[in-house]
Design a protein around this ligand. Sequence first.
Ligand code: PEP
Ligand code: MN
Length: 338
Amino acid sequence: MIITMSSSATKKEITRVKEKIKELGYEAKIFKGIKKTVIHVIGATDRERITQSIEQLPGVERLTPILSPFKMGSREFHPEDTIVEVNGKTIGGEEIVVMAGPCSVESEKIVLQVAKEVKKAGAKILRGGAFKPRSSPYSFQGLGEKGLKILSEAREETGLSIITEVVSEVDVPLVAKYADILQIGARNMQNYQLLKTVGRFNKPVLLKRGISATIEEWLMSAEYIQAEGNHDVILCERGIRTFETYTRYTLDISTVPVIKELSHLPIIVDPSHPAGNNKYVPSLARAAIAAGADGLLIEVHTQPSQALSDGKQSITPETFQNLMDDIKNIAKVVGRKI
Ligand code: PEP
Ligand code: MN
């Protein structure tokens, strides 16, 4: 059971509700949000008794019984779709949002070139990693703050918003200073301390699905962010590990309708990492939009063979332009626009 307090609820009113829950023999966990406070009643078995005792208390907006283990992310808690706003653009509404750019921020020249190309083709958000979670400690680890500055410059030049990954909780304040969206990568999906930290920032968070995570584990990770008060969470399916080796990962397209049923959070798809090869990326991207995804996160590079990371799966600006044309057509069929 979740109790949502009204935005004008006082400290005294919140304490009164908490004490009433204790009196009834349950535990109350308080989550102070950026706008509202919600109280989670743990182990609430006698829902009718709780409702009768709490519904009328001052400051209480509503009570929501929730059976799933993820509470704030569930459709029961929030039946309408969540629409995340980023510099006046919306993610999760009628419009499909495409985020594109190189895997890593390598140089000012490449980032600016790619940014201009993807903007021309209709992308709204520029991607690029300044802190890279690489499988090998000997591979390029990213430019750090210098990379964040390059992304900011590209934002100024093109007007595109920027999304970039944060890999460690100590870097969150620095990355949040530059980024419009904080990306949590697949390898950090269950880094609960990092999730809690981004949950305390007033910045949208894109949470990638872990390489071997179930949908429930993924939604529980999103819960960590929301429980800290940050409700602007965007989910991103990026493929999971299966027995198949012809692709880098297996894109689990079924997550799109499943997430749409279970949760109100927007879901986008990254077709680049599951494909592992740029020749498969357009098919996966088209399939994602046809399945109802709210957007895409795609790796684009002007010289894929020279890229410092994930060049093999990066598409050229020309392929990206053609793909955007296809997506515009598919969007119409599924009642969306771009
Ligand atoms: C990336 O987006 O470049 C990335 C590292 O993705 P993932 O966390 O999905 O592997
Ligand atoms: Mn990558």
